[in-house]
Design a protein around this ligand. Structure first.
Ligand code: ADP
Length: 249
């Protein structure tokens, strides 16, 4: 048996995470102000079209930066608290969460000629942190669209399998190479194929999604074949207590 003192490494890791968290936090306030003023400026009807276009580009990028900061804060919070996210579970229907996420990604999908099939999403009342779960669905759907080819197809399903709630997001895009499949849930990991492409990302979405699924007592897995697409499956333990909710909604 070999034992090794890893206190120094642990301390360094913790210090780095603290730094990242406080820098991200400090970035949030000025970013909110930048986005607010850009919105105000864009409200002006007298803007020249070229000025409007430049402001819109600035706004798009500021919003991307805000999303990145939010992602970094989420992962550092999860790793500092060890147990993951502080969830706020409440009765919710997974169908409603998924349908709202599909509606929000629809314009981006349409722009790439991608069809999203949500016809097999059925009502699934359970107890989850709806806000966090929406983040998971948003991330899986947005990946299925952004890494897909033009004219691709995305299928999303929600089902009950005994005591488990199963959400699947499948695409017929490029898939992920066998050597990289094991790494896509790592923080900041992006596959070689996308790293130098024009498809933006932080490599944090799947790490956050997995943290959220695990915080719910579930998990997320991927089945993929290069050239034949990917299927991401989220399994969560089904929790009763949603009957009155479902009859209300
Ligand atoms: P991001 O999308 O910000 O890069 P993610 O953590 O969401 O970060 O994904 C990590 C990596 O996994 C992506 O950079 C991409 O290489 C790969 N990936 C994720 N979803 C898909 C998908 N549906 N099809 C192909 N590759 C994917």
């Amino acid at each position: 048996m070999v034992s090794r003192d890893v206190t120094a490494e642990e301390t360094a890791l913790r210090a780095r995470e603290d730094l990242v968290a406080s820098v991200s936090h400090e970035l949030r306030t000025p970013l909110t102000s930048i986005i607010g003023y850009l919105e105000l400026a864009l409200d002006d009807d007298r803007l020249e079209p070229s000025t409007r276009e430049q402001l819109e580009i600035a706004e798009r990028n500021a919003i991307r930066l805000r999303e990145l900061v939010a992602d970094i804060l989420a992962v550092s919070a999860a790793s500092r608290h060890g147990v993951g996210f502080a969830l706020q579970p409440a009765p919710a229907d997974l169908e409603a969460i998924v349908r709202a996420a599909v509606t929000s990604v629809a314009p981006r999908a349409a722009a790439q000629g991608i069809e999203i099939d949500a016809s097999a999403v059925r009502s699934c009342p359970t107890v989850v942190d709806a806000h966090r779960l929406r983040q998971v669905v948003d991330n899986l759907l947005s990946n299925a669209v952004k890494y897909n080819r033009r004219g691709g197809r995305v299928t999303v399903t929600v089902d009950r399998e005994e005591d488990t709630v199963v959400l699947r997001v499948a695409d017929d895009g490029p898939g992920i190479s066998p050597s990289e499949q094991g790494r896509i849930f790592e923080r900041f990991f992006r596959a070689d194929a996308v790293r130098n492409s024009t498809v933006h990302g932080s490599g944090l979405g799947l790490a956050i999604s997995r943290d959220i699924a695990r915080a719910h007592g579930g998990d997320i897995t991927v089945a993929t074949q290069p050239g034949r697409g990917s299927v991401f499956t989220v399994r969560l333990p089904h929790k009763e207590g949603a009957a009155s909710w479902s009859s209300m909604s």
